[in-house]
Design a protein around this ligand. Sequence first.
Ligand SMILES: Cc1ncc(C[n+]2csc(CCOP(=O)(O)OP(=O)(O)O)c2C)c(N)n1
Ligand SMILES: [Mg+2]
Length: 619
Amino acid sequence: MSAGPASTVRLTTAAALLRFLKAQRVRRDGVEDRLLHGVFGIFGHGNVAGIGQALDEEGGLPHYQPKNEQAGVHAAIAFAKHTRRLGVMAVTTSVGPGATNMVTGAATATINRLPVLLLPGDTFANRWPQPVLQQLEHPSSMELSVNDCFRPVSRFWDRITRPEQLLHAAPEAVRVLLDPAECGAVTLCLPEDVQAEAYDWPAHFFDERTHVVERRPPSTEAIAAAAALLKAATRPLLIAGGGEHYSDAFAALRALCDGTGIPVATTQAGTGALPADHQCWLGGLGVTGTACANAIAREADVVLCVGTRLSDFSTASKTLFQDPAVRFVSINVNAFDAHKHGAVPVVADARLGLGALTEALGGTRYALDATRAARARWLQERAALCRPQPSGALSQAEVIAVLNERAGPSSTVVHAAGGLPGDVHKLWASVDARDYHSEYGYSCMGYEVAGALGVKLAEPAREVFALLGDGSYLMMANELVTSVQEGRKITVVLLDNHGYQCIHNLQRGCGGRSFGNEFRARVDGALAGAPVAVDFVQNAASLGARTFTARTRAELVRALDDAQRERASCCIYVPLEEPSRLPGSSWWDVPVPEVSQQPEAQRARADYERALHKRRFYH
Ligand SMILES: Cc1ncc(C[n+]2csc(CCOP(=O)(O)OP(=O)(O)O)c2C)c(N)n1
Ligand SMILES: [Mg+2]
């Protein structure tokens, strides 16, 4: 029963915020759950007595202790992604460095359209002690703090300088977190004095409330226009993006494919939308895509985009679609994305949009010959790429294929940056919609281990793998400790190639000399000496992981099987002897110097200029 407006509850701002959040529930398609599933938090003077005290005193919200605030946000992002944006985690920090450590995480969430609630501590609203420890004083405005850095990377940003502002800010924060078109990082900056300040809150502010996440239906006009274009198509291609997953639109996608025979390529976020054994499956699209998806894309006359931002990786920097008359149809709940490339926009939920389109297409059927032939060619090529090498040493491709085989449908493999995302996108054959988890919007090194923890928290029964390079591991492996602390097992599969090798490849591909990318000792002024020796196995063991080393296919299979039997977190260390160089089948725009004294760079510039001619303005 709702309390009368006269009734109030005296609580601190911090306690009121947590009590409000605990009372929020989410429902979609009749399935209901709480909105906030926990709070990651490292405490400092800017939040220990405010949010920290309230978390303890209020109870009812699990607190997780990350080892870096950015990692806390990464885990929260992965949690939201795995729960298809229906479950949210918050992150609380102190003022100053704790807060700004989250800026990269905020950008990662917002770019991927994933909801996280960020609660950075902020310096005193009453300004008495200024400059408080860790306060950056801005000479032109006392209103600014370092937390203003969150404004451009947040979907909603506010600073609570008086307790009662929460009455309006908190419901708005929840609205944005749950809006499929608007969600991203929601940042509520909480000055440390305000967190601890009391207020007489209207009691009904804390009443339980269920928010229904609606599915936006498409308009009849939009569906008619989309269907007209698609009916006239002879070489259509469907691109499935992350929106396909967030909308849980897999059955609708399959029905469209079964009905029409339209081939499907997936973006990184969309991978898993269709199982790899489906006759319409072409695998990954674009720069990191398969030869078969890119061959079909080059010829496509109508491209049906579903829940994708169409990043440069998906369009091969606007060189992928080469039919001069190519047209786009875009089903997207976000109008901004739906209108890209002059598409016929269908601003709608993916499931409903696909359903309506399937109906409108009636008996339209496309010839499957080209899809079948391209698929068959690619599956052969894939098998050759993953074949054991004569030396017996593992290649990156072979590691991915073995992991793909052994992990099975109840596992999730998390990846984000380095050479791996490209190779995994190319080679992965999804069995289950949740077996592939890629953060490739921000491609943020260091996401992988924390992301794996986030997935594990979202679905503890899953086997979760973090697949990453030595560079990413060195940047942020610390959440291994948190996984051990929480008894939430993850398995890190670490591929060691002594450096930032994908950028090393890119550097040389752009005509550059080897410079600054390998982990080598400094000799004669350059990082060109012996590889820096890092004992990753001891490192992972010291963080609490059970460790394995795999140099051959047999060792890798054994390590994966042993690790699956373990209850504790594991790290499988894979030293790579051979460089990874899977052939690409499309172009990526990375500017090459217009003038250089180096002949290789001059040659690369000429290639670059030739490639630019393939760029198209899609309209
Ligand atoms: C936070 C961050 N910094 C820099 C980059 C640019 N970058 C992309 S991949 C990469 C190298 C990654 O090294 P590693 O994890 O060892 O993978 P490898 O390239 O060797 O496969 C770098 C520096 C990035 N994506 N993220
Ligand atoms: Mg590396």
